[in-house]
Ligand binder design. Structure first.
Ligand SMILES: Cc1cc2nc3c(=O)[nH]c(=O)nc-3n(C[C@H](O)[C@H](O)[C@H](O)COP(=O)(O)OP(=O)(O)OC[C@H]3O[C@@H](n4cnc5c(N)ncnc54)[C@H](O)[C@@H]3O)c2cc1C
Length: 422
């Protein structure tokens, strides 16, 4: 017989979405088991730019206090096209509690979430455990079967949450229909020491025709660099040797030429991101819901992946805890179905807006040739010269939660008296 664990909620995936959800549920006295396939949080390059609204959420959850040494504020943004600055923004111009995006590598963030959760009764994180199939009770999902180090076991739960990322197996097994939209480019990431001529707080985007790079200062004194390659073009780039990467940087950012030759000596010093977006029309079915990248994979533009993962988690925790406590003697399955549908209703417009801005930006990046290039530069300059328009666009991307909170306070779980968040 297969061993079994029981909880009110089973979360598959201990990334930003899964661990934030589990912590927020446990703080509301909902029992939760997180199933995470990896044994450690030592992922690099992934989701390190945190949007201001998520900085605000993490701050409210008491998680940033112990993480200051792992973070760096981004205070300015600057886009150059063909060597000229076409758009710049200063985040201190925005009157918000948390105006700045932040660089925060995932390992310390995930450690802090796991540590805060681990101090609460009802929170269990199972590492090196992989969800391999869904359990069903008729048409309702009732948990997952997992493979751990000592063999198979089941986790039974009233609600199963697929927080297992952009290649979600839970989404696949749930048979919820989805559409994967590949974009025209992939992305290569690496880190390099920050040159003296760059301050540590400016996010730079450099565009030359249809080639572009992101240059994001990060901790301790590095720059995280991402540059585009044609879709599926990694093999060709690699075949030309690492000098191809060095030459791309000579063109886009000569300031880092020396550093790149020093620290990126082989392709193993880089990481590739296959860029696509996923549209899932319905995020839930009875007994199951998807969140984060599993529900809506986004592109790297404007660092929105982690932001929407964390926001999903905070909203879903409130809805789900309400379903467990607020349905009196009613049917919990029904209450959870309503909660997951309400969750999607509350979140999907904001995700759709982020996706639409990203896709427009992706199209602009892909333009090449004299006339399309001129058009792109004109649009950036127009936005740059119109303060109201610039504010509206940036506020829509970076501050929707903080703005909404001024009208209707956003609810996060009460923090325990002595918060153990580091
Ligand atoms: C190279 C790269 C750079 C990025 N840069 C940024 C950025 O700067 N800013 C930003 O906001 N976003 C960025 N993203 C996107 C960001 O990483 C994701 O949007 C974010 O991590 C989504 O969080 P999540 O919790 O939904 O999924 P994930 O972070 O993918 O977490 C999913 C978890 O599920 C686990 N898992 C998967 N399958 C199973 C299974 N069957 N059983 C158990 N566990 C399982 C995985 O091990 C993983 O820990 C980047 C992504 C990549 C790949």
């Amino acid at each position: 017989m297969t061993a079994a664990l029981e909880a009110q909620v089973c979360v598959v995936g201990g990334g930003p979405a899964g661990l934030t959800l589990a912590l927020e549920l446990a703080r509301r006295s909902v029992s939760v088991v997180v199933v995470e396939q990896s044994g450690r949080f030592d992922r690099s390059f992934r989701g390190e730019s945190i949007s201001p609204d998520s900085v605000w959420l993490l701050e409210r959850m008491g998680l940033l206090e112990g993480l200051r040494e792992s973070t760096l504020e981004t205070r300015h943004m600057e886009i150059t096209d063909g060597g000229r600055t076409v758009l710049s923004a200063d985040f201190s111009d925005f009157d918000q509690p948390c105006p700045y995006p932040m660089e925060l590598p995932q390992p310390p963030l995930l450690e802090a979430l796991a540590e805060a959760g681990g101090a609460l009764p009802g929170f269990k994180l199972l590492r090196r455990a992989t969800a391999v199939s869904l359990l069903r009770d008729g048409t309702t999902v009732s948990g997952v079967r997992c493979k751990g180090q000592d063999g198979e076991f089941d986790v039974r739960a009233a609600l199963t949450v697929g927080a297992d990322g952009r290649f979600s197996k839970i989404r696949e097994m749930s048979e919820l229909p989805y559409r994967k939209v590949p974009l025209e480019r992939d992305f290569v990431w690496f880190k390099v020491r920050r040159p003296d001529v760059w301050d540590g707080h400016t996010y730079r985007v450099r565009i030359i025709e249809d080639r572009h790079g992101l240059f994001i200062p990060t901790v301790p004194d590095l720059v995280r660099v991402g540059f585009n390659i044609p879709k599926g073009g990694l093999r060709e780039l690699r075949a030309g040797g690492i000098s191809g990467l060095h030459e791309r940087m000579d063109e886009l950012a000569p300031e880092i030429s020396a550093g790149v030759r020093e620290s990126v000596t082989s392709w193993s010093d880089t990481s590739m991101l296959d860029i696509f977006t996923t549209v899932v029309p319905r995020w839930s079915r009875p007994g199951l819901v998807l969140i984060g990248d599993a529900a809506h994979t986004l592109t790297p533009v404007l660092g929105q992946g982690v932001n929407h993962a964390i926001t999903d988690a905070a909203v879903l925790a409130r809805q789900v805890a309400g379903a467990f406590t607020g349905n009196g003697s009613g049917d919990t399955t029904e209450a959870l179905n309503r909660a997951t549908l309400d969750f999607q209703r509350e979140r999907e417009d904001s995700v759709a807006m982020a996706r639409s801005i990203q896709l427009r930006q992706e199209k602009a990046f892909a333009l090449s040739g004299r006339i399309p290039g001129m058009l792109r530069r004109s649009v950036y300059r127009l936005v740059n010269s119109n303060g109201r328009l610039k504010r509206k666009i940036l506020s829509g991307v970076y501050y929707p939660l903080q703005e909404a909170d001024k009208v209707r306070p956003f609810e996060t779980a009460p923090r325990p008296a002595a918060s153990p968040a580091r």
